[in-house]
Write a protein that binds this ligand. Structure first.
Ligand SMILES: [Zn+2]
Ligand SMILES: [Zn+2]
Length: 426
């Protein structure tokens, strides 16, 4: 693939946007940039009234603009995406990365869905669960709540990527990118695979709540922040996992795979296995996530989310590690997808190159050879000897004779003949 390495000139040179939902995938995707255009400060600015904070860089042949959403709701994502579109009006495609809850039992060619797998959206449907903690569930989705289908460009791209040869190639590339993230991650952030022994799936009817025989402090845990170890969730109520049994032993290596399908997007996170399964059945979705619906309305999007939970409220002690790992697998897959996205706008790139070259040429105000000819013909020749002193100057000789020298700096006030030295001795 031809790579466009020229630094972009303006915001018009950006064709791909990446919306990150968490600090984790934002950090991970930044580790995968080939170039960062903001290493020395914000380079490209934004339009008035846009309050997004952008980081820009290059991934393969694309200039990309990265934005972290400040909160998870649909409205916030919609506002951010709308501003993004105003500032970067030539964007062709947006990738929304982050983490999601997977629907257990989802089957792919490589077996059932597991934590760390990545879901790529074929389409998206909105749901509103109202009060998820209550015992009643009414999925509020009607035709008007459903989002439009993806653009033809996105549909064709995703349809091709979901075929076996492309999917396998994507998985291979993404695995290499994950290794890079894991190698370069700093500040104690660990993106390692937590191991299939910690990939715990409970029966849908088995709730995450206090399972102690007597009343205890965790009986009412409104925030649901306690871990399964603390609430006493019984591991005997786990469901067997065919995928791990097929490998004859628990996996310690990263056996994550890609799934393509319909994603449910809501403002609330599902905390019940029963509700999750009901939504999944009714809406025919393979994952649940928050926020993306807002951006989907604004721009052509592909949602790429790593599975960090099962939407049943259970959280074991490795919960945080799964979030890190899933954010990293999603970022890795996003990069692999960008690498395969067709770059058809060659003329645009070439036009920029020409503008860039023209600017560079203009910076060299005159051509010494042309100046010499001009002076010889109009002024009758040059006082060559007046400038010959430089030819014996020690600094000049060092510069001329040392292959390592790059720069000879001649300084002097205007009109003292710096240019003439260059012209006469050229
Ligand atoms: Zn308890
Ligand atoms: Zn639990």
């Amino acid at each position: 693939m031809a790579t466009f390495r020229q630094a972009p000139i303006s915001r018009s040179d950006f064709e791909i946007g990446i919306l990150c939902s968490t600090n984790l995938d934002y950090t991970a995707i930044c580790l995968l940039l080939d170039d960062c255009w903001d290493a020395e400060g914000n380079t490209f600015g934004r339009v008035e009234g846009d309050f997004n904070f952008y980081v820009t860089g290059r991934i393969g042949s694309f200039n990309v603009v990265i934005l972290m959403l400040s909160d998870r709701g649909k409205a916030s994502a919609a506002a951010a995406a709308s501003s993004l579109r105003s500032s970067y009006h030539k964007l062709r495609l947006i990738f929304i990365t982050g983490i999601c809850d997977g629907v257990p039992g989802t089957k792919g060619e490589d077996g059932e869905l597991a934590l760390g797998d990545v879901i790529i959206s074929k389409s998206i449907v909105q749901y509103d669960l109202g009060r998820l903690y209550s015992d009643k569930l009414a999925i509020k989705t009607a035709v008007e709540d459903s989002l439009g289908r993806p653009s033809r460009d996105v549909r064709n791209f995703i349809a091709a990527m979901s075929t076996r040869p492309h999917r396998k190639a994507l998985e291979k590339r993404a695995a290499a990118h994950l290794a890079q993230i894991q190698k370069e991650a700093a500040n104690g952030v660990i993106y390692e695979y937590p191991g299939s022994a910690n990939d715990v799936l409970f029966e849908p009817t088995y709730h995450h709540k206090c399972h102690h025989s007597t009343e205890c402090a965790c009986t009412d845990d409104p925030s649901r922040e306690l871990s399964c170890e603390e609430t006493g969730c019984d591991h005997n109520c786990q469901l067997p996992r065919q995928r791990f049994e097929d490998t004859k032993r628990l996996q310690v290596n990263q056996g994550w795979v890609l799934f393509f399908g319909k994603i449910g997007s809501g403002d609330t996170i599902s905390m019940s296995g029963i509700y999750r399964d009901q939504i999944a059945r009714e809406l025919d979705i393979i994952a649940l996530e928050t926020g993306s619906a807002g951006a989907w309305d604004e721009l052509p999007c592909v949602i790429v989310k790593g599975v960090s939970g099962y939407g049943d409220g259970h959280k074991n002690n490795t919960w945080n590690n799964w979030q890190n790992f899933a954010a990293a697998t999603a970022a890795s897959t996003t990069r692999a997808l960008i690498e395969r996205y067709p770059s058809t706008d060659k003329t645009h790139i070439m036009r920029n190159r020409q503008v860039y070259d023209a600017c560079l040429k203009d910076l060299f105000i005159t051509d010494p050879e042309a100046d010499k000819l001009r002076i010889e013909s109009t002024k009758g020749g040059l006082f060559e000897k007046a400038y010959n002193w430089i030819l014996t100057n020690e600094s000049y000789l060092q510069w001329r004779d040392n292959a390592e020298s790059r720069l000879l700096w001649i300084k002097g006030d205007p009109g003292k003949g710096k240019t003439m030295i260059r012209i006469v001795n050229d």
